[in-house]
Structures are given as structure tokens and as C-alpha cells.
Design a binder for this molecule. Sequence first.
Ligand code: ASP
Length: 349
Amino acid sequence: MRFLLAFITTAGLLLAVQHSGAEPVHTGQVETNAHPKPDARNVILAVHGGAGTGLIRKDTPPELEKAYRDGLAAALRAGEQVLRGGGASLDAVEAAVKVLEDNELFNAGKGAVFTEDAGHELDASIMRGDDLRAGAVAGVKSVKNPISAARLVMEKSPHVLLAGEGADDFAARNGLKTVTQDYFWTQRRWDQLMNAKNPQAPKVAEYSTVGAVAVDQGRNLSAATSTGGLTNKMIGRVGDSPVIGAGTYAKNETAAISATGQGEVFIRGAAASTISNMIEFGRKSLADAAFEVIVKRLPALGGTGGVIALDRQGTFDAPHSTPGMLHGYLTADGKIVTKVFVDETPSNS
Ligand code: ASP
């Protein structure tokens, strides 16, 4: 409540509602002169577990809340271990995303959503902020951790994006662990597929892609994103997550960004690179740029979602136009903050 009142007086009721994602966004109503504040400072690592309707406090069993918070915190701890040892932000984001891929609560790796033919096609990408090298895979079916395959493409191939069988084969040839499709199966995602195929069932927008952004002791940024895509997607459909500049971007001079949401719109709006460009060429702050793209521009194109964005000074923001976005961050002094409920507005804790 204290937060809400403060927010209302400083930014106006409309902005508070939009920035916290408490209601669906109607683009034309945002105050154009509003300057959103970053969610946190001194952040060295952040993760997200997807944007969507979010968890409602009163409807969420404590075990589920705990499972989500623990899942996000475990990913942060994995990345923290890398960073504390003086490791690179690239290693930290890969480590964090792998933990989320292995956690069936999230739509990446184990627990990925189903395609229209009840299969799994996974997308992932990773990028370094110092030299803009990047790697990605799209539509992979057998690599256990797609984020590691994306990194492999960056480091061991002359390409940026490999798709389908070629990507799976490349990952296997280079020693990554492979699994059969049943590894990715979960009852919850199956039920979501059945729901999507039932014309009578009410539909909700739930994105639970995962991602991470980090800055290391050398002040280098990295970003990573991994997903199963959208439930009941067409075979061969590729979203924004493996598209550098749409779902993932990192540039030391601007920010590391990982997105979640309606992938088609994030591609059309070049979401992540537009945020970077607005910082670099438009001289916008991180929070202004991310807010403008996520809460104003993309909804105007017909899509909702969110990003986590971090600059090399540790400024962190997580705007979303969906009611909720699961995310968490780690500060330089070792504090972990996780946000899973819709009412946990960005600077609430
Ligand atoms: N952005 C992802 C996609 O469109 C979905 C998500 O964020 O969950 O594939």
C-alpha cells in the first residue's frame, strides 16, 4: 500500500497501473512525459521465468509460491557462483538458464510447452556485450539444454543461428547431452495443449520463457533466453527468443536484455535491440527505453510481454505489459529478491 501511494503521487495513477501490469495495457493512455524509475540498482544478475497473467496471491498455494521462488533463486545462485569466482557474465547467464531449463515449472527445456502435433521444439539464444558475438538455436528437439547449444553455435561454428536437425546434430556431435522428446513431457503442459485445442475453453496468455542477464567483475554484460515457445504453435514456428535483437540483446555500452511475451510482436518491433538503440542513440535511460518499448510500442503492435534489462552500472529494470512477470535479481552484496505475485510491483521490496 505504501508503495502504491508513493507511486500514485509520483507517477500518476495511470502509469502505476500500467507499469505494475495490474491491468491490461491500452497504449494510447500512457502519460508520454512519465519517467519510470529502475526497479533496482547494484544488480549483478537477474533472471525471468516468463510474463503472463501471473500468480494471484490469494489463489496460490504456499507450496507453489515457494517452488517458483526457489526455482528463480536456484538459478540466481548458480549464476552467482560463477560471478563470485571471477567468472564471465556469459558463463553466469548460461548457468542460470540451465537451472531454469532443468526445472519443469518453466517453459524451457524440461517442462516446455507442446506444439500443435504434441511435440516440443525449443529455441534459445545467448549474446556477449563486449564484442556482440551471439549464438542461437531454433526448433531443436533433442538437446537437453538448448542454451548450451546456442553457446556452442557462437563459439564453435561460423554462424549465429542454427535451426532444426542441423542444430540438434551439431549439439550432439559436440558432446551436449541429448534426450528423447518424452523427457520434456509434463502433465501441466499437456493439459494446456488440450485446453488450447478445446474451442470452448477460456484462453489466457501465459508466457513462461526463461532468461538471464548479468554483469561480471570486468563490467562485461551478457544475456540469454530459452523457451519452448507458445502452446499449440505451428510446427516450424520460431519465436523471438532465438532472434538476436528481438528476444535477446547485449551491448556493454547500453544493456543486456532478455524478453518474454508474444514473440511475433517482439520480432516485428525488434524489441531488445530497440531498447539498446534508444539508450545509445536516443540518449534515453534504461528504464525509459525499456518502458517505452514494452509498455507503449509493443502493445500498439498488438502484443504484450516483458523484459529484464541490466546495464554495466548495475541498473536493473523489469517492465511488463502483462499483469505479471516472474523474475528475480541478485545484488552485488549477495541479496536475492524474487517477484512472483502480480501485486509485487517492481520497486515494492
Ligand atoms: N516469447 C516466447 C515466444 O514467443 C514465448 C514466451 O515468452 O513464453 O516464443
